[in-house]
Design a protein around this ligand. Sequence first.
Ligand code: PEP
Ligand code: MG
Length: 580
Amino acid sequence: MEILTGIAVCPGVAIAEAVVLNTEDYRIPRRAVPAGEVSAQAEVLSAAITVSIEEIRTQMDLVSHRLGHDAGDVFNWHIGVLQDPQIQRSIENLIRERKYSAAYAVSTIMRNYQRRFMQMSDPLLAERIRDVQDIERRLLRNVLGESREDLEHLSESSIVVAHDLSPTVAVSLGHANVAGVALDVGGSTSHTAILLRALSRPAVIGAKDVSTRVSGGDLVIVDGSGQMIIAHPDEETLEQYRARQQTYTRIERELIQLRDLEPTTQDGVRVELMGNIEFASEAATCVEKGADGIGLYRSEFLFLRAEGPPDEEEQYQAYREAIEGTRGRPVTIRTFDLGADKYTQERQYEQERNPMLGLRSIRYSLQHLDMFKVQLRAILRASVLGEVRLMFPLIMSLMEYRQAKMTLHDAMEDLEEEGLPFNPHIEVGMMLETPAAALQCREFAREVGFVSIGTNDLVQYLLAVDRGNERVSRFYNMTHPAVIRVLRDVIRTCAKAEVACSLCGEMAGQPLYTLLLLGLGLRTFSMAPASIPEVKKLVRLTTLAHAERVARKALTFETERQVSNYLRDMTRKLLPEDPI
Ligand code: PEP
Ligand code: MG
């Protein structure tokens, strides 16, 4: 039995065989082949090595021709690895002696090889990991050829194990037979984590080297509540987890029955529970889960398509679908939050050194005004189809907000001249996600239509902890006393100014923080639709007076650990069985 720890993304327990994806997101098939196929697999390996070497030679000629011999020499190292008799022998031995498939043998040996480089302290040698990954990818492509299997055709419920998942693949898991997910990298509020949460399958990420430790076909438990991945569990552990799984299934069934009940506390305070969506089609899921509307539509996910950036009409159609899907409830469209871990980096010749502090979000939009205006036109045109609100992300100064609003007015004037209808009174707000905006909340409250607190970013910038980096994830703490105080002040300032205030970071959907946020005065929570029933259950079990007592007490602690322990105790009292 092997136990790996990571960061829980989605609670619950999944037990199934693993499907391991390589870095190009395709499956490495199961381990063993029948005895009669062993020789054929050895031949597949040998042919794949030959083809891979030929490919590299061709590339090397091209590159040397253009950039000189030194650049081409990089490939010599790749050829050297592929020709290394010891490596070839190790792979072949696995095929002949253990009857491994060629692909499985290649991935086992190449991952062992990668691990050797991972342990090297010399940064130049450690850099070789990328080369080894590259060689593995090439060799696997040639071994698997056309037999590459995609996830859509998984016949049995499986646990997907990978180093990382691109958002596109993460989204495709929704239609696949996937019970749970385990990844090497990622932080709890990284965008892949957000997408996985939307799928509501147990997931643990940031587990460092799970993709090299687990092999296709291994039995794996993903404990999304205990933040653990257990490979090759013994009988006793398996029994324990099967029992837990049954409890969760029962709880889930009970939660569905809450759908049509109001999120009102025992002393009569009605809160609003809204959905966060990444794709227009999720609007219907929000309604199914009992959402009061959409509090955050992450429109930048429109860029994650094969066809390139979305034009005005494509955007309009997506916004229309979201508005119609919510059947009369409000829809808050956030303008593109590109940059950082979304889209722009991988398309840049020279990547930013600190992308989280770089040209992202509203800054990117204001530097790409043509793109920004197209989006604003599409949102404005859609604004006549329902109750549409618009918000700008990562606002850091009043100047920035004013500039964004000016661009919006330009777009309005253009539409007016063209005679196209739009709502000139569309509500416009800001996302409050920087410490600067929190400190200037009073000034902002005089100008903005509403405030939506983005704690995923606010926490990262307050604590100076990259939200997507698993190496510092233990410092990414939403219960840090500084975070709670900032939230208290922002919520209070907005209330005084009578400006609507919601919270749409991951915190809003985690029952652990429900009492605290309610007690701090928050009345609008926006979260992954899957989290709505659980939060609603908790709201209905408490009173405002109790939540206020919890918040007051939480504000007296000096350390994040005291705050989390206290909140866990208070939440468990109300939800003794639920995974929190
Ligand atoms: C946030 O930062 O809290 C937020 C909701 O926006 P995103 O997660 O898309 O950055
Ligand atoms: Mg954000």
